[in-house]
Design a protein around this ligand. Structure first.
Ligand code: FES
Ligand SMILES: [Fe+2]
Length: 393
């Protein structure tokens, strides 16, 4: 395998004191992630008039969708005596606490205190509220200071086609899944069970890889033999855009998917992989796609979750070869590898090789940003641009 690492300067070791894993409030990583809109939920599974608790980057919040259809993220606890707001009722576009009926609007302002006979906005009484928007099937929120950055965080897809969304939760740190997404070599091994490497035209032939810094983060280019280049975008801090053959059962309609994947930490030991993918399904193919999509989701609902299967495989109860018919085999393969590294991988134990160039380069992009935050300096202005590409798409 040939590997080059242009634009990243001389080889040097990564500072082992750099903390890539922590995402809680006040940590450099958490501060960095909070500078960007983050997906927090699938739009389709947040029904109008319902509320639920969510945990994002080590903090708890209340997510609800008003009866008007508008999604809101507000604080986790009621401003009165702190019970959990998500257990209350959605009233119009407001949420009412189940304990004594205090009611808050989507901006967090208290608009009713029934026991006090106070109806209407109450100054200086409220819960925190966070800008909340929806884009391409995901609910996004902004948890950082000051004004939220421009929305949407990523452009829309082309006009023809459908958008498919997934959310998979992993019981391990987000950054190790991010590193896995940079690691092109894993495809030939981890995904040999599902055979997705064959869809990439690889068999077990390893690709040549190049990775370099861009105005949005990093691009990784891979080439198998004399084939065309496959380029994948890494949009700082926690999103990638990639063109992929999708899961079994769907890839026969709509071709390869142009996909955004964002990894959102829940706790430091867990994260959710949000996936938004565009399938080029024509109007005529739409009924066939809908049928396949519904059947696929029904199979997922009837199957154990990838994280549970991965846990059983890691505990030696069975092997991946025993679950080859699972609809999310691709996710299971990755989950086994990442959960197998432990909840938070100990990077001081690793022995990196030339094929890890993309991972090393991404750490080199992150390192100065985390250092800047730790030292109170501003980070760079990462600007989205560019398009991914691959043969066969
Ligand atoms: S704790 Fe919410 S109204 Fe009393
Ligand atoms: Fe993978």
């Amino acid at each position: 395998m040939n590997v080059s690492a242009s634009r990243f300067g001389k080889q040097r070791t990564i500072d082992q004191s750099i903390d890539f894993a922590s995402a809680g409030p006040g940590t450099p990583g958490g501060t960095f992630l909070r500078q960007f809109w983050q997906p927090v939920h699938l739009s389709a599974t947040l029904k109008a008039g319902t509320a639920k608790p969510i945990t994002i980057m080590g903090e708890k919040f209340t997510l609800y969708r008003g009866e008007t259809g508008t999604a809101h993220v507000v604080g986790y606890r009621c401003a009165h005596r702190s019970t959990q707001l998500s257990t209350g009722w959605v009233r119009g576009d407001n949420i009412q606490c189940m304990y004594h009926g205090w009611t808050f609007d989507g901006g967090g302002r208290c608009v009713a205190r029934p026991g006090e006979r106070i109806f209407g906005p109450v100054d200086n009484v409220g819960v925190p509220a966070y800008p909340t928007r929806e884009h391409l099937g995901l609910v996004y929120a902004y948890f950082g200071p000051g004004d939220a950055p421009a929305f949407p965080p990523f452009p829309d897809f082309g006009p023809e086609g459908v958008v498919e969304n997934f959310a998979h939760d992993f019981p391990c740190n987000w950054f190790q899944t991010y590193e896995n997404q940079i690691d092109e070599v894993h495809i030939a091994f981890v995904h040999s069970f599902s055979g997705s490497h064959q869809a990439l035209g690889r068999e077990l032939k390893l690709p040549d890889t190049n990775a370099y810094e861009t105005p949005y983060g990093m691009v990784r280019e891979t080439r198998s033999g004399d084939g065309p280049m496959r380029s994948t975008l890494y949009l700082l801090p926690n999103t990638m855009r990639i063109i992929i053959p999708t899961f079994n059962g769907l890839n026969h309609i709509g071709g390869w998917r142009d996909s955004f994947l964002t990894l959102v930490p829940t706790e430091d030991e867990s994260h959710i992989l949000f996936m938004t993918q565009h399938a080029k399904v024509s109007a005529g193919e739409r009924p066939k796609w809908q049928e396949a999509w519904d059947a696929f989701n029904a199979r997922i609902a009837a199957s154990p979750t990838p994280r549970a299967v991965a846990r059983d495989v890691l505990d030696g109860k069975y092997t991946i070869n025993d679950v080859l018919d699972h609809p999310l085999l691709l996710v299971i393969e990755d989950a086994v590898a990442q959960q197998g590294q432990g909840e938070i991988v100990d990077r001081s134990l690793e022995r990196l090789g030339r094929t890890d160039v993309g991972i090393v380069n991404m750490r080199r992009v992150f390192e100065p940003e985390l250092r800047a935050i730790a030292e109170g300096r501003p980070t760079l202005n990462w600007v989205y641009s560019g398009e991914p590409a691959v043969r066969g798409f």
